[in-house]
Each structure stands twice: as structure tokens, then as C-alpha cells.
Ligand binder design. Structure first.
Ligand code: GTP
Ligand code: MG
Length: 199
């Protein structure tokens, strides 16, 4: 898919305040600082579309972007950022859970995992919750430019093997870097396929 246009629509504090546009929508989620906003910029080819930051916890609202006037991207706040108050974490968790469970247009959730890390309990629990609730999702390994190509292959294969100890099959898996742009075509082609499905 060629991205011709991409623009910010709005930021919403809760799912019931999100725009009611009837378009396929793809949300990006994962731990704070995993690279969600950077991936969105990489996919759209607009480096300042979603706000990125070296400080975790930058994204606090549900941010909508529209691509090619046809489908939407959603940048969600990261989960599991320890340096927030308990009340703030609970509020963000509610916001994320409500969005995922109630947003009819959400066609697929891209769950980002830092490709350098071993499986973390918080991510596994989140994937189990997605599975229990029948949420369609894919796994996106990020920051693979930080590993050699051999190490990147091994780390992501080991991660998938660990998941297969819990599950019979894996969701679709993408290997990406927002720096060297690997994985971009694969994700955009996947979105293009899903855009053909009835909403
Ligand atoms: P929150 O909104 O705080 O949850 O973070 P986020 O997941 O949106 O992460 P963000 O895109 O802001 O990136 C966090 C940091 O990681 C920034 O310093 C980015 O420059 C860096 N980063 C993101 N993706 C990549 C990547 O693919 N490669 C490298 N080397 N750095 C990356
Ligand atoms: Mg962000």
C-alpha cells in the first residue's frame, strides 16, 4: 500500500469520546517506550505525526490519525509504566481496556514488543487477556536495528518459541525497526488486506 496522506484527527480521553467515523481502525499498544508513536510515524512516512519521546509515558490519550482518507490509526498510551501513581495507572488501564473491548471499528490491535527483551509477565498477561476476550491482534517486534541481524532473528524466534509453550498457534508476527524501516511494507500490506473485510 502507498501512503499518500496521513493526518492527526483528535485526542480522546475515553472510548465514548472517540470520533464515530465508520472506517477500519488499527490500534498500536505495548509497554511505555516500546516505540508505538515512532512506528506510526514510520508507517505513515511522517516523522512528526505522533509525538515520540525518550521519556516513557508520553502518550496519555487515545490519539486518532486518518490515512489516505480511508482508514485510521490509533496511538494508545503505553501500559506498565512504573513511575506513575497507582491511580493514574488504573485510569490508563481502564481507558485502554474500554477502548479495546468497545471500539467496533478496531479491526486489529498491533501489540509491540521490544525485540531485545525476553518475554515479560506484563506482556504475556496482556496477550492472555486479549485471547480470553477474542481480540484480534498481531505481534510487532520493535527496535531490531539495535541488534545484529543474527541476534534479531534468534531473539524473535526464541520469543515466539516461548509463546508456543503457552499457546497452540501464534498470531501474525512482524519484525520492525522505525530507524531502518524494516517491516513497513509487511504491516501496510496486512492492513490493506484487512481493509477489504466488511466493517
Ligand atoms: P509512550 O508513548 O511513552 O508509551 O512511548 P512509545 O511506545 O510511543 O515510544 P516512542 O515512539 O515515543 O519511542 C520511545 C523511544 O524509543 C524514543 O527515544 C525513540 O526514538 C526510540 N525508538 C522507537 N523506535 C525505535 C526503533 O525502531 N529503533 C531505535 N533505535 N529506537 C527507537
Ligand atoms: Mg507514544
Amino acid at each position: 500500500m502507498i501512503v499518500n496522506t496521513a493526518r492527526f484527527v483528535t485526542s480522546s480521553p475515553s472510548v465514548d469520546k472517540c470520533p464515530d467515523t465508520q472506517m477500519h481502525e488499527y490500534a498500536f499498544i505495548g509497554r511505555s517506550n516500546v516505540g508505538k508513536s515512532s512506528l506510526i510515524n514510520m508507517l505513515t512516512g511522517k516523522k512528526d505525526l505522533a509525538m515520540t519521546s525518550a521519556t516513557p509515558g508520553k502518550t496519555m490519550l487515545i490519539n486518532h490519525f486518518i490515512v489516505n482518507d480511508k482508514w485510521q490509526i490509533v496511538d494508545l498510551p503505553g501500559y506498565g509504566y512504573a513511575r506513575r501513581s497507582k491511580a493514574d495507572r488504573a485510569r490508563l488501564e481502564d481507558m485502554i481496556h474500554n477502548y479495546i473491548l468497545n471500539r467496533q471499528q478496531m479491526t486489529n490491535l498491533f501489540l509491540l514488543i521490544d525485540g531485545r527483551h525476553q518475554p515479560q509477565i506484563i506482556d504475556i498477561e496482556f496477550m492472555n487477556w486479549l485471547g480470553e476476550n477474542g481480540v484480534p491482534f498481531s505481534i510487532v517486534f520493535t527496535k531490531l536495528d539495535k541488534l545484529t541481524s543474527t541476534a534479531a532473528r534468534k531473539a524473535t524466534a526464541d520469543y515466539c518459541a516461548a509463546l508456543l509453550e503457552y499457546w497452540d498457534e501464534l498470531p501474525p508476527v512482524f519484525r520492525t525497526s522505525s530507524v531502518d524501516r524494516r517491516g513497513r511494507n509487511e504491516i501496510l500490506d496486512y492492513i490493506e488486506q484487512l481493509n477489504q473485510l466488511p466493517l
